[in-house]
Ligand binder design. Structure first.
Ligand SMILES: Nc1ncnc2c1ncn2[C@@H]1O[C@H](COP(=O)(O)OP(=O)(O)O[C@H]2O[C@H](CO)[C@@H](O)[C@H](O)[C@H]2O)[C@@H](O)[C@H]1O
Length: 491
């Protein structure tokens, strides 16, 4: 099969969060299974060019229709750790992807509507006819819309679209301008509740809704979150749309790339280790302490790695810092915030705790430090308000770092409480789960993990190793996606 991903991120060249990891890891797995996979991305000025091999211009003069004219683009091509990627670079005064950031501009809707249009135009003009076009999140929600309303009539009638939602919170709310720009025009037609009209704002179009309505298949990134999206508020107003399209909606659990996230071969960590040679874990703890100037004491290290965002339960993360340092543990945080108020809050905490011997807060994005934290910490806390899948708990498990998570979304599908899980025998349990979104609930999980470390170190080690035995690689999800692609292309 021939699969083309159209996405706004692909790790490590463009990574703001988990989406990048998934686009890269899934492509690699599907390619390893003998299929042809290509990835189309925007050519951001701030992406990590050092991760691209053999970058060259593959298509010099791509004219993408935009309003009444066209924008001249070049398409560059290169290999990102073995994956063939095409980067779209527009030459216009809008400087769509020359903003020094991936997201967060006022005209994000226009930027990614243009990217969606350019990606389709590139496929069309260069005569690429994939069996499956795999789109991700609202940024590419217009791809299936334009494919079925426009490009289908120009010889692209056999392409099938799989649309994966990684986060329902951001949906791409736009005005009618977007219809004029992309050439879809016909306002009456698209402002229909069965098409793109937002379910709650009658004056707006919803790009993610467009993706759901027009794709051949829609999935989110874990079975439990798929259920939550239909039956609770975490789909942020799209529940009804998912209900209407339930026959083509499901959840496929993400994997993590064990070539990148694996303590046995990880080049970012000073001491490699496995279940059988576990001493390296303690040596990495020492290395992490040295690196972050924490005191070498007989205490576990609790960690948080992730975006500092309302979704991630920042209030509980904040509480976890103080709970840990007051309860015989150390705390390490690596996070970046896009929201100014959250950034300011954690910058203040960092300043306040700067000289604390048991705590280090690192604000910003640091891939290499993330690896050392997963390897050196004993416990990883994931107190999310909602979590479509969550990669950090799965990475933690692979590194023998016991997850303490809130029982939502994909966290429910991957972490099984040591003391209370009903569905797994004690030797298959791998962490701690709490349910309520409050400090007491968080403490109930964290307290059990910290106590086990102090008072039953042998049992703690067994729990760590039980987590390491889980296979959350791309193997199973890769198989599921290939089966899905195959089903779609015969539809
Ligand atoms: N400051 C920092 N420095 C270095 N590395 C950092 C970092 N902050 C985060 N990371 C890394 O980024 C990834 C984050 O994974 P998450 O599952 O938390 O994704 P996120 O919420 O962004 O994405 C959404 O998409 C993913 C993928 O589908 C879903 O798992 C998730 O639930 C959904 O919210 C991990 O690899 C983590 O190590």
């Amino acid at each position: 099969m021939y699969i083309v991903h159209i996405a706004s991120e692909c790790a490590p060249v463009i990574k703001a969060g988990g989406l990048g990891d998934v686009v890269y890891g899934l492509s690699r797995e599907v390619e390893n299974r003998g299929h042809t996979v290509e990835i189309i991305l925007p050519m951001y000025d701030c992406m990590r060019y050092d991760h691209i091999w053999g970058l060259h211009d593959a298509y010099k003069d791509l004219y993408v229709p935009w309003y009444d004219g066209a924008i001249h683009c070049s398409v560059y091509c290169g290999w990102v750790h073995g994956r063939l990627c095409f980067f779209i670079k527009p030459h216009s005064e809008d400087y769509f992807f020359d903003r020094g950031c991936y997201y967060g501009c006022n005209d994000d809707n226009m930027r990614f509507a243009f990217f969606s249009k350019a990606a389709l135009e590139f496929l069309f003009i260069s005569n690429k006819r994939p069996d499956i076009i795999h789109c991700h999140d609202w940024q590419t929600g217009l791809v299936p819309v334009m494919l079925y309303e426009m490009y289908k009539w120009h010889g692209m009638a056999n392409q099938r679209v799989c649309f994966t939602v990684h986060n329902f919170k951001h949906q791409g709310i736009a005005g009618s301008e977007i219809l004029k720009a992309t050439g879809l025009n016909n306002e009456m037609y698209y402002y229909d509740y069965d098409r793109l009209r937002d379910n709650f704002n009658p004056f707006a179009l919803n790009l993610m809704k467009g993706g759901i309505v027009y794709s051949n298949h829609v999935n989110t990134v874990s079975p439990h979150h798929a259920w939550e999206a239909r039956y609770s508020e975490v789909s942020y107003g799209l529940g009804h749309t998912l209900e209407l399209h339930h026959y083509k909606f499901d959840g496929i659990l993400n994997g993590i790339d064990y070539n990148i996230w694996n303590p046995e071969i990880d080049t970012f960590i000073p001491h490699k280790y496995t279940i059988d040679k576990f001493a390296g874990k303690a040596q990495n703890r020492k290395a992490l302490r040295d690196r972050l100037l924490l005191r070498d004491d007989d205490k576990p290290i609790v960690a948080f790695v992730g975006r500092l965002d309302g979704q991630k339960g920042v209030d509980l993360v904040h509480h976890a810092i103080y709970y840990s340092i007051h309860n015989n543990a150390q705390f390490v945080l690596l996070g970046s915030a896009t929201e100014p108020s959250i950034n300011k809050w954690f910058a203040h905490e960092k300043f306040f705790l700067n000289n604390h011997p048991d705590c280090h807060l690192e604000l910003g994005f640091n891939e290499e430090l993330a690896h050392l934290i997963y390897a050196g910490a004993d416990i990883i806390v994931v107190p999310s308000v909602y979590e479509p899948c969550g990669l950090t708990q799965m990475i933690g498990l692979k590194y023998g770092t016991v997850p303490v998570v809130r029982g939502v979304g994909g966290l429910m599908d991957t972490v099984f409480d040591k003391d209370y899980d009903q569905h797994h025998s004690p030797d298959k349990r791998n962490g701690y789960v709490f349910y309520q979104n409050d400090n007491h609930a968080l403490e109930s999980g964290l307290e059990r993990a910290i106590s086990l470390w102090h008072y039953y170190p042998k049992e703690f080690e067994i729990l760590q190793k039980q987590g390491m035995e889980y296979d959350y690689s791309w193997n199973n999800p890769g198989q599921q996606y290939v089966r899905l692609y195959d089903y779609l292309r015969h539809k």
